[in-house]
Write a protein that binds this ligand. Structure first.
Ligand code: ADP
Ligand code: MG
Length: 816
């Protein structure tokens, strides 16, 4: 409702112009939001909202005065509705005084000789058994334990009144004992029960505790319990609230009698946020908390790597305090502040590390690829032989690239452009720039299929430009390969196309100026080092159709330069995407028939090659047989999958591209880059098994020509999440939105794929939740790097960075 009210406010402020947002316009947003109304509205209120909704449907056509009054009415009704939904009168939560935690409680650090690098086994109270259990969690040194952050918190600090108790949450109440009764269970002589009837100003509740064991059922013990909780006493009760037929009740609560309503609680748990750690067999929660409590006081003497001024300007908590608070927060606010500080540090170190790496790279010059006077000929000529003009976005990105190329610092630029946005020609024009400046170029693709497709495209144009090019893949015959490598070394070959494996090969260039890497987010440190090892520091351009969400991009590259091709070539029609059940597969086949009759072509995509009974996947081979023999005996159906040889793959794609086959059954081999403009239908089997970004890529294989295109997602799983995921795809074709969703739903590791992940270890920070802190940390990292590139004035940070690097290397060594 708040979003709606905000939208109404903004619309009024802007003069009732039916504001256009990124996704929808104001009026359709309102209509949409009104559908999200609360379930249990009285009929009258519901009718009012429906009337409103009808009004807004026509909003776009209404004269100004009517718009004004409609917006006013909407605001009034929403306000009234909100009032009606508010609880009558909220009583403020009880207050509880806490004795401040461990440090102040007089627990001095148990030995002055402990420091961050002390083995945990030397901490007092940690025996060999506990030490070995801790080691199972990877916790060897004091430092490790301090950085072993809680997974979660039990929120006993959630102070509420009795009528505010919500099942499923943890809460604390402060109430008065009305009746106190301790008795042996009538049915089980080994069980005794303490029952307290408690009241506060909002209601009453019965709190029950069970004590199992003979010694608890003696009359003396029972009486002592009753005396412990006398009628009229004030008690604090903490615990998990569960639902019972008689209303909310505490399950096995913690209880303490307060000396007076204002007296502080003595318990170390009641009223607090209790950390919850990942545990291991044989190491209980209480034990781990004890050990943490024993070492935490140490951090108060640890230096803060952030300069005071910076800390103040960024409003960050001190590091020692943050470490203390994260393990024993004195309240929600302090917890959030400590988390923000620690997340900031993680991101800052990450960004500083990336910035330093970049700086080191830029210290090694790359060949400036400025054009000779009177140049421009080659690229100009290329643009004139293209059958189309570049889009505005293509022109802009090309200009950005060429400006980079003219500098002596090596370019590291990522071009993001949705599927079909025309990245290839931009790459080509860039390569031609390098070639015209007298250098060689390399174009690398992730698969042989794609490399060959690129090469075929080039072969249409390059001979006219008198540029020499060659294709080098795993299946290039040896004699040809030898010749080619020779031409490369002596500089006769100007452009080499191949798979990413180009770098692995003993390929030597004469004067490599530019490397373009297609369909990859990331040109890893390893690959770059490999080039450097060959004495090369070329300019680098990576291109991807799978946009990486900004947080991911920043964490991987720091400030990599990013260019966006944010415009599709003219005449493209949106792809109509729908989700259907397997039983409606026939609809897809009818669509295929219709389209083929119109002269178009179709893909049928499957997740796996061979029949796997266990997973009940319809395999490509089986589906190919069925389609070619039973479904489309009159059509030519091709088959493409990863087990085919390179030549066979090429033949399959060639036949499909030329129209010899009209239907291509394929695995995800077609995922990236394959470009057959006549394809206008794609049926994706077991769509739920693919990632969103991958489906978006797949779908990008259709809709590349002028014809209307269709994508059918077949989903047989009843999984709600799977449905929701696929619905994102049905709803939008915005690659960025899809990438964000993918990140949220599957996490960064999955999104990037292990192959190119190289993700940093983040203990606390989340790439989906902490985007804002990441941006702040990046800004600070930039300022610091600009002012003090060697971190001479920032010894603390330099130290932390070195420390982190050492740890990472340790870890890598351990893994090996
Ligand atoms: P992607 O960005 O997915 O790699 P491609 O470079 O394969 O896209 O281009 C998709 C299709 O659009 C190709 O057939 C290409 O020839 C065509 N194309 C590229 N740029 C333009 C343009 N400016 N106008 C019209 N068609 C274009
Ligand atoms: Mg491409």
């Amino acid at each position: 409702m708040r979003a709606l009210q905000q939208a109404l406010q903004v619309e009024a402020d802007r003069g009732f112009i039916d504001l256009k947002g990124r996704q929808t316009c104001f009026s359709s947003f309102v209509v949409q939001q009104l559908q999200l109304r609360p379930q249990d509205l009285p009929a009258e209120a519901l009718q009012r909202l429906l009337d409103l909704s009808a009004g807004f449907q026509a909003y776009g056509e209404l004269p100004l005065a009517r718009r004004q009054s409609l917006v006013r009415t909407a605001r009034e009704r929403l306000h009234a509705l909100r009032q009606a939904q508010q609880p009558v009168l909220a009583v403020a939560p009880p207050r509880l005084r806490l004795v401040s935690n461990s440090t102040a409680a007089g627990k001095a650090p148990n030995s002055a000789s402990l420091n961050a690098d002390t083995p945990l086994s030397e901490v007092r109270g940690v025996g060999p058994k506990t030490a070995s259990r801790l080691a199972q969690l990877g916790l060897l040194l004091v430092r490790d334990l301090v950085h072993y952050y809680p997974r979660d918190y039990l929120d006993y600090a959630n102070l509420v009144r009795i009528n505010g108790l919500k099942p499923g949450t943890t809460a604390t109440i402060v109430a008065t004992v009305r009746r106190s009764h301790a008795f042996a269970s009538p049915r089980n002589p080994n069980l005794s029960i303490l029952e307290l009837h408690l009241i506060d100003c909002t209601g009453r509740i019965k709190v029950t505790r069970f004590f199992a064991g003979q010694r608890f059922s003696s009359p003396g013990w029972l009486q002592s319990q009753q005396r412990l909780f006398p009628v009229g006493a004030t008690v604090a009760v903490s615990g998990l609230v569960k639902e019972t037929p008689y209303g909310p009740a505490f399950q096995d609560p913690l209880m303490e009698v307060l000396e007076s309503p204002q007296a502080p609680v003595r318990s170390e748990t009641i009223g607090r946020l209790l950390p919850v750690y990942g545990l291991t067999e044989g190491l209980g929660a209480d034990r781990l908390r004890q050990v943490v409590e024993a070492v935490i006081p140490l951090v108060s003497s640890w230096p803060d790597p952030l300069p005071e001024a910076l800390r103040r300007s960024q409003k960050l908590m001190g590091r020692s305090e943050a470490l203390t608070q994260i393990h024993g927060p004195s309240g929600q606010e302090q917890l959030q502040a400590s988390r923000r500080r620690l997340v900031f540090d993680e991101f800052l170190l990450l960004q500083l590390g990336l910035a330093q790496r970049r700086r080191q790279l830029s210290l090694r010059p790359a060949p400036p690829l400025a054009l000779p006077p009177g140049g421009e000929g080659l690229v100009q000529k290329f643009l004139t032989i293209l059958p189309f003009g570049l889009t505005g976005a293509q022109q802009r990105v090309l200009a950005e690239i060429r400006a980079d190329l003219a500098r002596p610092q090596p370019m590291a630029r990522l071009v993001q452009g949705d599927v079909g946005s025309g990245k290839t020609v931009v790459a080509l024009a860039s390569l031609l720039t390098a070639i015209e400046a007298g250098c060689q170029g390399a174009l690398m693709a992730p698969t042989e299929v794609l490399a060959e497709q690129h090469y075929r495209k080039l072969a249409e144009w390059l001979p006219q430009l008198h540029v020499t090019s060659a294709l080098l893949t795993g299946s290039t015959p040896a004699p040809r390969r030898r010749q080619l490598l020779q031409d490369l070394v002596n500089g006769q070959l100007q452009l080499l196309v191949g798979t990413h494996a180009l770098l692995e090969d003993p390929v030597q260039f004469d004067r490599l100026g530019l490397v373009v890497v297609d369909e990859q987010h990331r040109f890893g440190v390893r690959q770059r080092n490999r080039l450097l090892a060959k004495g090369l520091q070329p300019h680098l351009l990576t291109m991807t159709a799978t946009p990486i969400p900004r947080t991911l991009a920043l964490s991987l590259h720091g400030d990599l330069d990013v260019s966006q091709i944010d415009e599709l070539p003219p005449g493209r029609q949106p792809i109509r995407t729908s989700m259907v059940k397997g039983s409606q597969r026939q609809r897809g086949y009818e669509l295929i028939r219709e389209q083929v009759a119109l002269g178009q072509r179709a893909y049928v995509v499957l997740p796996l090659v061979e029949e796997s009974e266990k997973l009940e996947l319809r395999s490509a081979v089986e589906v190919h047989r069925q389609l070619s023999e039973e479904e489309f005996p009159d059509l030519a159906v091709g088959l493409l999958h990863g087990r085919l040889s390179s030549a066979e793959k090429q033949a399959a794609i060639g036949a499909f591209a030329s129209g010899q086959t009209q239907v291509l059954v394929s695995t995800t081999v077609v995922e990236v880059g394959v470009d057959v403009p006549e394809a206008s239908v794609m049926v994706i089997e077991h769509a739920e098994r693919f990632g969103l970004a991958q489906l978006h890529q797949l779908r990008g294989r259709v809709g590349r020509g002028a014809a209307a295109s269709y994508c059918l997602l077949i989903n047989d799983s009843s999984n709600v999440l799977a449905r929701q995921r696929l619905e994102v795809l049905v709803r939008t074709s915005d690659g960025f939105e899809i990438a964000e969703m993918d990140l949220r739903l599957r996490g960064p590791g999955q999104v990037l794929g292990t192959r190119q992940s190289g993700l940093p270890d983040l203990a606390l920070a989340s790439l989906t939740e902490d985007g804002t802190v990441l941006e702040e940390a990046r800004d600070v990292a930039r300022q610091i790097t600009a002012a003090d590139p060697e971190l001479r004035q920032h010894q603390g940070l330099a130290h932390a960075l070195a420390e982190q690097r050492r740890r990472q290397m340790d870890q890598a060594a351990r893994l090996n």
